[in-house]
Write a protein that binds this ligand. Structure first.
Ligand SMILES: *Cc1c(COP(=O)(O)O)cnc(C)c1O
Length: 419
């Protein structure tokens, strides 16, 4: 039996069951890895029909699994994309070679010279560089907001952007990494509507949902146009591949897929297979990582050598951020930061003493990772900007994994003795 109608099931069920029919592969319960760069045409007429369907979006083969060449599409990509769309509650999805390939593709597909873009800060370093450096070389202006829960702050950034050119994109990453600053998705959609009334063109609202993932935060349900996920992180969840996904309206996704044929940055067959396999257990892994994270965050909050913990689960009642959290998030995630008293020498001693938590960038894997933000992920950010953004010299980012929480707490406790 295959699950045919996504509307009948919850995201956790769709992650296990949707997008693959065993009848398509000799009854195999699991999809095969389709390692083929090219696909046979059963007849010359079929060859013509399949090209007509692909390039003109008409003809008899639209919507069926008819392939030409793996860069245009392949069976593993079909399974991954239909599953991702179903999980996100979107009309369609497109998968890319990495999260940054997905971000770059949105920029190249929807921003033109003379346009402007608004995004929040802090934002993933690669996205900051994409809009601040790369797209500005193509003549696109950028403006930023620093409080994505404050209508006046976001409106001011949108007005400043419109003064420079037609606003094409409103980009939000929420929660931000590593400060856990939240962006109000309903506010982003409302401001896109306001901008549409002013400039006659509605900007697309793009949300990077990597940090909480598709089960704990559901951007499409808030009316955003495109939901982007670095599948490298929680969705794949084992720190062993790179991939990115974008879910959204069919017309937008169709444009991204068509252009991907030219850019050649699709998700390859083996990676697509690995991601589909990993999505099956993603909700369970994320739940466990989140419950571990709460235990570790509580331990750190109460530790005398810790100056503070930036963890969504500790947002105070009555604050705008807490109101957004309650409306928008189903969990506090498992990536957060804590701030230590002390200088580089003590901090490095503590890091070098860890036996279980591994010293590495990235997040969302089965293993717990830790890094000192100032000297790794934010190395290239000038110190005053970094500190203004909430990342002190003592900030450590933790991505909590699936180990037993008592072992994680014991490891951190023994290492903190070095501070
Ligand atoms: C890692 C990450 C990306 C980039 O994803 P890659 O798969 O590494 O290219 C984008 N946004 C966020 C929030 C990330 O954590």
């Amino acid at each position: 039996m295959s699950v045919k109608s996504p509307g009948d099931f919850r995201p956790e069920t769709l992650a296990v069951a949707y997008g693959y029919d065993p009848a398509q592969a000799l009854g195999a319960v699991k999809p095969p890895v389709y390692l083929s760069s090219t696909f046979i045409y059963p007849s010359a007429q079929h060859a013509k029909d399949v090209h007509c369907a692909y390039f003109d979006n008409e003809g008899p083969l639209v919507g069926e699994s008819n392939h030409i060449y793996a860069r245009l599409g392949h069976p593993g990509l079909d399974i991954l994309e239909s599953r991702l769309a179903a999980i996100d509650g979107a009309e369609a999805a497109a998968a890319f070679a990495s999260g940054m390939a997905a971000h770059s593709s949105i920029a190249l597909a929807f921003v033109r010279p003379g346009d402007s873009v608004v995004h929040g800060r802090p934002i993933y370093g690669g996205v900051d560089m994409l809009y601040g450096t790369v797209m500005s070389e193509f003549g696109a202006a950028v403006e930023t907001y620093t409080d994505g829960t404050d209508p006046a702050n976001v409106r001011a950034a949108a007005a400043a952007a419109m003064a420079k050119g037609s606003l094409a994109l409103i980009v939000a990453e929420t929660p931000a990494n590593p400060t856990a600053a939240l962006v109000d998705l309903d506010l982003m959609v409302a401001i896109a509507d306001e901008v549409a009334a002013q400039q006659g063109r509605r900007p697309l609202v793009v949300v990077d949902n990597t940090l909480l993932g598709p089960f704990a935060q559901r951007p499409i349900e808030h009316g955003v146009d495109l939901c982007l996920t670095s599948l490298t992180k929680y969705c794949a969840g084992h720190s062993d591949l790179l991939a990115g996904g974008i879910s959204g309206r069919l017309d937008l996704i169709a444009r991204l897929r068509m252009l991907r044929t030219t850019w050649g940055n699709h998700c390859d067959p083996f990676t697509a297979w690995l991601v589909v396999r990993s999505l099956e257990s993603a909700s369970v892994r994320i739940e466990r990582a989140m419950s571990n994270a709460r235990i570790v965050a509580e331990f750190l909050r109460d530790h005398p050598k810790v100056a503070g913990v930036t963890y969504l689960g500790f947002l105070e009642q009555g604050t705008p951020a807490r109101a957004v959290y309650d409306r928008q998030c189903k969990g506090a995630g498992s990536t957060f930061s804590f701030h230590l008293h002390g200088g580089e020498a003590e901090l490095f001693r503590m890091l070098d003493r860890l036996r279980l938590a591994k010293l590495a960038v990235s997040l969302g894997g089965s293993e717990t990772l830790i890094c000192h933000s100032a000297t790794t992920t934010h190395y290239a950010v000038p110190r005053d900007l970094r500190i203004a953004g909430g990342i002190t010299d003592g900030t450590m980012r933790l991505s909590i994994g699936l180990e037993h929480p008592d072992d994680l707490v014991a490891d951190l406790a023994q290492a903190l003795e070095a501070v």
